[in-house]
Design a binder for this molecule. Structure first.
Ligand code: IPM
Ligand code: MG
Length: 354
């Protein structure tokens, strides 16, 4: 098992350290190799996804990533920003299928901003297309143009999806639904955008191949509303890159904290990049307060999806459930009466549970 480890920026190194401790404790004979991605790579090598990182990531079976970004890099030219590094590695490794499960642990029902009865038992999987859409569409840019007879700045991006891109992500989503509650909701904006009309048409055509899965369609604005109105109506949601970015942050909050949510980004052969859904949180970096559980749970997803080691994955998830049941809480999920711990303390608790 060759794993490329990319701590990244902000809280990235702290949360990755805890996930690495968990992996080592499992004695899985994995070979870990660290490399630079994001702002730290810009500082050290002048670009967010340097060739050295690229070759380590290409040769690895899986990539474990912390988070990238920070205010000190926000004013750089777009091609040198940390986020570009993340988009580049996703695209270069062909990681088109992003799986973002949103599960509410019963112990955290009060940490959600919604009423406990609305979220208790919540278990949703968002399948987000990750290498297409307006994120990568050309042409794009900011230019000075003649508009209504005068020169002014003009910003533009292009949304597009090919039938093949839509089919391959829908296949992942239908297959995932088959292993769960057999309900798939495809999210689009077909009332306005042609690209997503094609998305809906292709999804409907494919439904015949999956007679055991109940397919429904929802417009993205309604989906955003339904997610906070009655989120338990959903089993698997599938959508494009941009809508998936937004809806997955919303779904994360249903579970109490984005600090709890792992993700997997897979290619066609189960090679994957695993990262927490949250960002680099520069405001709390280096203070030992970040929640490492999303990253630890991402390592569990890695064992499950890339290394087919369900047993080890389940052990990690069980350990996480146990520390929550024991009352350990980082600041983001803390409630009075619980046992407040920092990043390292939470890692210690998970190790002890293991
Ligand atoms: C995510 C993040 C990224 C995205 C950013 C950091 C480029 O928000 O993984 O959801 O938009 O995909
Ligand atoms: Mg996002």
């Amino acid at each position: 098992m060759k794993i490329c480890v990319l701590p990244g920026d902000g809280i990235g190194p702290e949360i990755i350290a805890e996930a690495v401790r968990v992996l080592r404790a499992l004695d899985l004979h994995c070979e870990l190799e660290e490399a630079l991605l994001g702002g730290c790579a810009v500082d050290a090598a002048g670009e967010p996804y340097p060739a050295a990182t690229r070759s380590i990531a290409e040769q690895a079976d899986a990539v474990l990533l912390g988070a990238v970004g920070g205010p000190q890099w926000d004013t750089l030219p777009r091609a040198q920003r940390p986020e570009r590094g993340l988009l580049a590695i996703r695209q270069q490794l062909g990681l088109f299928a992003n799986l973002r499960p949103a599960i509410l642990y019963p112990e955290l029902a009060n940490a959600s901003s919604l009423k406990p009865e609305v979220v208790s038992g919540l278990d949703i999987l968002i399948v987000r297309e990750l290498t297409g859409d307006i994120y990568f569409g050309q042409p794009r840019g900011i230019e000075t143009r003649m508009v209504d007879g005068r020169q002014e700045r003009y910003g533009f991006n292009t949304m597009h999806y090919s039938e093949g891109e839509i089919r391959r992500i829908l296949r992942v989503a239908f297959a995932a639904a088959r292993k769960r509650g057999r309900r798939l909701c495809s999210v689009d904006k077909m009332n306005v955008l042609e690209t997503t009309q094609l998305w809906r048409d292709v999804a409907s055509e494919m439904a015949a191949e999956y007679p055991d899965v109940e397919l429904s369609h929802m417009l993205v604005d309604n989906a955003a509303m339904q997610l906070v109105r009655s989120p338990k109506q959903f089993d698997v949601l599938v959508t494009g890159n941009l809508f998936g970015d937004i809806l997955s942050d919303e779904a994360a909050m249903l579970t109490g904290s984005i600090g709890m949510l792992p993700s997997a980004s897979l290619d066609a052969h189960n090679k994957g990049l695993y990262e927490p859904c949250h960002g680099s949180a520069p405001d709390i970096a280096g203070q030992d307060v970040a929640n490492p559980l999303a990253t630890i749970l991402s390592a569990a997803m890695m064992l499950r999806y890339t290394f087919s080691n369900e047993e080890a994955a389940a052990r990690i998830e069980q350990a996480v459930r146990q520390v929550l049941a024991q009352g350990y809480r980082t600041a983001d999920i803390y409630e009075p009466g619980m046992h407040k711990v920092g990043t390292r303390g939470m890692g210690d608790a998970v190790l002890a549970a293991l």
